[in-house]
Ligand binder design. Structure first.
Ligand SMILES: [Zn+2]
Ligand SMILES: [Zn+2]
Length: 128
């Protein structure tokens, strides 16, 4: 008959293990249809697509930028489906034209072909 090894027999190892294996991430879908997860470090719910974009960029996202799901699926948080843009252009994509240019907000061309110097409201855009 074998006796179970008490935890105290290898405290360092057990401790290390505990911190390496994260608890199951708590997730939910918020009222707007976006996925959120509970960030234990922050002690608050975080929008998964924003965090995914921040991880991709390697720095925190400016609060005056939104993150949009390019294919329209708010649950699809693959980096290639996400793009950061100005809130006004984001709103236009959702309310007016889902195929509008992600850069200037005008209809009829893609962001990759965009050579506009102003956005759809006439506000100057940064050159690229
Ligand atoms: Zn969006
Ligand atoms: Zn454009």
């Amino acid at each position: 008959m074998s006796t179970p090894v008490p935890d105290s027999a290898s405290p360092r190892r057990n401790h290390g293990r505990a911190s390496l294996v994260p608890g199951k991430l708590k997730t939910r879908t918020n009222a707007n249809g976006y996925k959120e997860f509970y960030d234990e470090n922050l002690g608050q719910w975080v929008l998964t697509h924003r965090r995914a974009m921040e991880n991709h960029l390697g720095h925190p996202l400016s609060p005056d930028l939104h993150v949009h799901h390019i294919n329209g699926d708010k649950q699809d948080n693959r980096v290639e489906n996400l793009t950061a843009l100005k809130p006004k252009i984001h709103a236009r994509l959702h309310l007016v034209d889902s195929d509008a240019c992600l850069r200037c907000g005008r209809s009829g061309h893609w962001a990759a072909d965009c050579d506009e110097t102003t956005d759809f409201q006439g506000k100057r855009l940064k050159r690229r």
